[in-house]
Design a protein around this ligand. Structure first.
Ligand code: THU
Length: 393
């Protein structure tokens, strides 16, 4: 029998004292390593848990210091969450994609997090731990402090669930000194076929291995050293690669239908729609609607609905705005805001959806009412499988 040399992976836990806000984490880890007779060797990978990094960096917030705004209050009711926690989630995320009671799925700088990464496990009572302000910078600093001439890599790890899977796996938020994703495309499979889409999430897999030893509770093992991994260590600092949301199958599958508008990018467009609403001519229904259409050139065309004694001759606000823009020579649009005084954010009628999709499936529709409830969707979300010019070709 012959043996092939394979790597033997060691995962060495670093058991520390409790790390509190403001503590020097590198010093705490070094102290704990010395206590266990552990020292770095070239090729070692230090994995540190995100919540410990955040705690040491003082990213701990007392909930009684947080005052929830109106959006946080309404979203907290919708998702059965503490309004103060919801306020922090809104502050910490770029977009809330949706959610279930107790958890919202958020996007921040291209990363997906439950509840914007805000956690109350391992936080003192009445407190929550926010995400490290800049995990990449933290990884870099930890290596600067701890390497002492050794060739090591540092990974900051967190945990995530996969859709429909019970239980968490590791995910790397930042790393320094190793290539986080190995491109295996072009390599051959067992039958000599070229691998087409395989990329190996090296950094995430290392965090999963680390978590077998780290645990998530009161183990007091916030970091591990992974030794013997066949992962080359380099001096490079690589930003964790992500894919844009529109190329992600999970987000693509989720983003069908209106979701709460949580950004601020279209606040002015909403204001312009409200102004246009004042100029609506709606003596019959007395239901005033305003629309503001933003062209790709940056100009805004707004209008209110225009009714008629012969009801079919009336025109909705959206189409009046489209007519104004097209007559001015515009053909490409980014977004349209629509406002009406309704219980729910107003929704463009079927004819207006058809008129909008003529000029692009990706036009963002921002739907609002006077009370400040705002939803957003693309035109394609609102009019799936539309009949468009493509069908005629
Ligand atoms: N209306 C709009 O202008 N936009 C919409 O998205 C829905 C409805 C107008 C048409 C009519 O003048 C009034 O609202 C009541 O139907």
């Amino acid at each position: 029998m012959s043996f092939v040399q394979v790597s033997v992976l060691q995962v060495l836990g670093i058991k520390t004292d409790l790390i509190s806000p403001g503590d020097d984490m590198a010093a705490s880890l070094e102290k704990a390593m010395a206590r266990s007779d552990l020292a770095f060797q070239d090729g070692d990978i230090l994995v540190v848990s995100e919540s410990t990094v955040a705690t040491a960096e003082g990213r701990v917030v007392a909930l009684h210091d947080v005052t929830p705004g109106p959006l946080a209050l309404s979203m907290a009711t919708k998702y059965s969450k503490d309004p103060r926690e919801m306020e922090l989630i809104l502050q910490e995320s770029d977009e809330i994609i949706g959610g279930i009671p107790g958890v919202v799925l958020t996007l921040r700088e291209g990363f997906l997090y439950p509840n914007a990464g805000i956690d109350n496990s391992n936080a003192p009572p009445g407190h929550v731990i926010l995400f490290p302000a800049d995990a990449q910078k933290s990884a870099f600093e930890i290596r600067e402090r701890m390497a002492k001439g050794r060739k090591i890599a540092v990974v900051i790890g967190d945990s995530r669930t996969h859709p429909l899977r019970l239980g968490c796996v590791g995910v790397a938020l930042a790393c320094v000194g190793l290539e986080p994703v190995e491109d295996a495309r072009g390599q051959k499979d067992l039958f000599g076929r070229e691998l087409k889409i395989t990329r190996k999430a090296v950094a995430d897999n290392l965090v999963s291995a680390a978590q077998i030893v780290m645990g998530e509770g009161d183990e007091s093992i916030p970091a591990v050293i992974i030794r013997g991994a066949p992962v080359p260590i380099s001096e490079k600092s690589v930003v964790m690669p992500t894919i844009p949301p529109q190329e992600c199958m999970y987000i693509g599958a989720l983003r069908c239908g209106p979701r709460p508008y949580t950004g601020s990018g279209y606040d002015n467009l909403i204001e312009q729609a409200k102004e246009a609403m004042k100029k609506a001519y709606a003596p019959y229904s007395e239901f005033r609607v305003g629309a503001a259409l933003l062209s790709s050139s940056g100009r805004i065309y707004s209008a209110g609905n225009i009714e008629n004694a012969s009801s079919g001759a009336g025109i909705c606000a959206e189409r009046a705005a489209i007519a104004k823009a097209i007559a001015s020579g515009e053909r490409e649009f980014e977004a349209i805001a629509v406002v009406g005084n309704a219980v729910e954010p107003i929704s463009p009628c079927g004819i207006c959806r058809q008129s909008l999709i003529e000029f692009g499936e990706d036009i963002i529709v921002i739907m609002a009412n006077g009370k400040g409830d705002v939803l957003t969707a693309t035109v394609a979300d609102l009019l799936p499988r539309a009949f468009t010019g493509k069908c005629l070709r």
